[in-house]
Design a protein around this ligand. Structure first.
Ligand code: GH3
Ligand code: MG
Ligand code: MG
Length: 332
């Protein structure tokens, strides 16, 4: 432990130094506050004074003339304002007997002080208790810092986990899990505001044949291309495109009426056709196509479609019809 003594009286300096030395402390002495601050800024004595001072013992009578509470406080604040002493405990030493004013000033700021003549037993006792309080505070701060760090890492991990559990690894768009959550959310929101909610269920046509013809990897690339086309196409506020399963996609369109959703679905279908992904085994086109089922409702308990699950069912049925009618089309 390193203690810095600031006292204008060299005899006092020597006396304090020898007491503290004998008790096992490293001691550095200076006569003025300025010298102390200078020492902390440079490597004057071959000993980096400012490296780590654990405690400062500072004489109160550093200011010339009559020492008032405000002067004492000013000295104290000056040393504490130095960034190296910001967290260093300071014990003030005073030979003044009339301490009323100073006592009050110190009390307000919780400043520790001892009176001169300093008795060895008082000095050692006070130094020990202040240092042990400081080391307790330091270790508490270190524990808090560590806890904060752990919490931050945990939050990061949770975020990563949420990201992993909400998005599809192959296409990067939302997955079924996220879709379920989001549909419930939008169901409630549209129900509260009495808004129409549309849902598209989309399925690639003859995709098994595509895989059989071009291989599974080409199949994966095709899914990625189609997913990203849907993602860029559906820009309705609050809309969500997700990979519902294998080669099926679903699109949630809140605040979207049936006729508008039908137009959007038809355009989206056309866009996929226009990607011109070759599919020579498709019996309806030379390129990859999709079939789309659409269902729309104003979520409420009074209507036929009274739950999000039923909305999915209706869109699924429409998709099935689109397949039955020859594929590469939208049905609602
Ligand atoms: P339909 O027009 O009736 O929808 O015919 P289909 O061949 O698309 O339907 P089917 O359900 O018979 O086949 C779906 C295919 O989608 C089978 C499966 O191998 C493929 N598939 C599902 N998930 C993936 C995937 O992640 N990657 C690849 N490459 N293929 C997938
Ligand atoms: Mg399918
Ligand atoms: Mg299919």
């Amino acid at each position: 432990m390193k203690i810095l003594i600031i006292d204008g009286d060299r005899e006092v300096q020597a006396m304090l130094q020898s007491i503290l030395h004998l008790s096992g402390y490293k001691v550095i002495t200076t006569s003025t506050l300025e010298e102390a601050v200078d020492l902390c800024n440079c490597n004057v004595r071959g000993d980096k004074v400012g490296d780590k001072i654990d405690l400062v013992l500072m004489d109160l009578a550093l200011s010339v003339g009559e020492v008032k509470g405000s002067d004492a406080l000013a000295d104290y604040k000056k040393i504490k304002s130095h960034k190296k002493f910001k967290n260093t405990p300071v014990i003030m030493m005073t030979g003044i007997t009339d301490m009323d004013e100073i006592d009050e000033a110190f009390h307000q700021e919780s400043i520790d002080y001892i009176t001169k003549p300093i008795r060895k037993v008082d000095l050692i006792g006070r130094v020990r208790s202040v240092l042990s309080m400081k080391s307790e505070m330091d270790s508490r701060q270190a524990r808090e810092k560590k806890l904060l760090e752990v919490t931050r890492k945990l939050e990061e991990a949770v975020q990563n986990l949420e990201q992993l559990s909400s998005y599809d690894a192959l296409t990067g768009i939302a997955n079924r899990r996220y879709f379920d959550k989001y549909l419930k959310l939008m169901w409630n929101r549209c129900s509260e505001d009495e808004l129409e909610l549309s849902l598209l269920m989309i399925d690639l046509d003859f995709f098994k044949d595509f895989n059989d013809t071009y291989g599974h990897q080409s199949g994966d690339s095709c899914l990625q291309e189609v997913a990203s086309a849907f993602q860029s196409f559906f820009k309705v506020t609050g809309s969500l495109v997700c990979r519902y399963g294998g080669e099926e996609f679903a699109v949630i369109l809140p605040d979207t009426a049936g006729d508008k959703a039908l137009t959007l679905a038809e355009e989206a279908r056309h866009q996929i056709e226009q990607l011109m992904i070759p599919h020579r085994m498709s019996s309806i086109s030379d390129h990859v196509t999709v079939s789309i089922g659409l269902a729309t409702t104003v979520p409420s308990e009074d209507v036929e479609i009274d739950s999000a699950m039923k909305l999915i069912d209706y869109a699924d049925k429409a998709l099935y019809m689109a397949k039955g009618q020859g594929r590469n089309q939208v049905m609602s």
